[in-house]
Design a protein around this ligand. Sequence first.
Ligand SMILES: Cc1cc2nc3c(=O)[nH]c(=O)nc-3n(C[C@H](O)[C@H](O)[C@H](O)COP(=O)(O)OP(=O)(O)OC[C@H]3O[C@@H](n4cnc5c(N)ncnc54)[C@H](O)[C@@H]3O)c2cc1C
Length: 392
Amino acid sequence: MNFDFTDKEEAFRKEVRAWLEANLPDDLRGRAFASSRAGREEVQKLRAWQKRMHAAGYVGMDWPREYGGRGASIVEMVVLYQEMARAESPQLVNRGGVSMLGPTLMKYGTPAQRTRFLPKILTADELWCQAFSEPNAGSDLANLQTRAVLEGDEFIVNGQKVWTSMGHVADWCFMLVRTDPAAPKHKGISFLLVDMKTPGITVRPLRQITGEAEFNETFFDNVRVPAENLVGKLNEGWAVAITTLAYERDLLTFIRHISLRNALHRLIKLAQSRGRNTDPVMRQTIAGLWIGERALQIGGYRSLTRILKGGQPGPEGSTSKLFWSQLDQELALTATQVIGPYAQITEGSAWAPDHGQWEFYELLARGSGIRAGTSEILRNILAERVLGLPKD
Ligand SMILES: Cc1cc2nc3c(=O)[nH]c(=O)nc-3n(C[C@H](O)[C@H](O)[C@H](O)COP(=O)(O)OP(=O)(O)OC[C@H]3O[C@@H](n4cnc5c(N)ncnc54)[C@H](O)[C@@H]3O)c2cc1C
């Protein structure tokens, strides 16, 4: 395993660092580790930021040139994310589109779908949300019940999705529907692209513990979707969905530690400014978090090395997610111990350290062990697929 970046990669780092320094708007700087991204005004700012990054060639960098990307390597992507974190830039607002749907369309989409959708994913002119989960289909996603019936050249969709992040501001969603209820549950599922403005779609915000409503319930009531919006084959959407989820999981394995490092730097400054850096127990706790963040980074580099050598991503995606969520929650808790009662003060008060991001972070971190695979499910994967323990 080689920890060094090549001269070309280091030159790219310099270029992107200088660009971010010159271009990141002040009102977005420093909002990298925990801040609301669901308010409509905020989303507008973030769309404009993605557009600017796209114009400079920094969105979808690993996409092939024919689809508007730069054909860059995964390592350059990692460098870009490291530099965005260093500059305290927010993440791309359309990241579900860029990291998940875009690559899925490149693999399964028709030429017409690629031409129609890919360019506007990159520019954030069309914001995408993911409508997979349902009230009885989260961990057991294949249990989904939302029905789509093909009538002529349209699907008629009926059912309910839940936890649809950014559904209230998205222009389109990629969704899973059941098209053959008689088939075994992993079969008979199809993958559709749906315009969120179609009559019959109702989006109801769900207020979260953080106070914001970033995710939603989404209802589909006789929603007509053109048959040409089917991705992959009819009833074979499960394989498409697995590809979509794998893109999300794989890239995150390499960069997951970056958000932690950002917060950790802030935490150290906070401990210093409050005189807690001389407390031996606190020093030990922070050192433990630092070691954890580095372990996560090195684990990520190991997977990256394996993939660069032509291997496949292994179960380390699950280990990384599980370990990350534990560190994330420990870090948030440690910050509240450093800050004391002020940790409860929300954004907007002059008394809130780091503009209230710690209060937001502590509450946001509650969901870290749920989204993108709950900790219990990840432990099951490790037990069964890595350790080879019996299923029951
Ligand atoms: C912040 C956030 C954003 C999200 N955004 C989206 C989104 O944009 N689009 C989308 O489609 N979904 C989204 N989700 C949904 C997410 O994928 C699900 O919450 C997750 O898959 C868990 O499903 P569930 O909530 O139905 O819980 P359940 O699957 O009902 O699980 C409930 C509990 O039972 C445990 N459990 C379940 N099965 C087992 C088992 N076999 N063994 C042991 N324990 C088990 C779980 O670990 C959990 O503790 C989001 C979730 C969060 C928290």
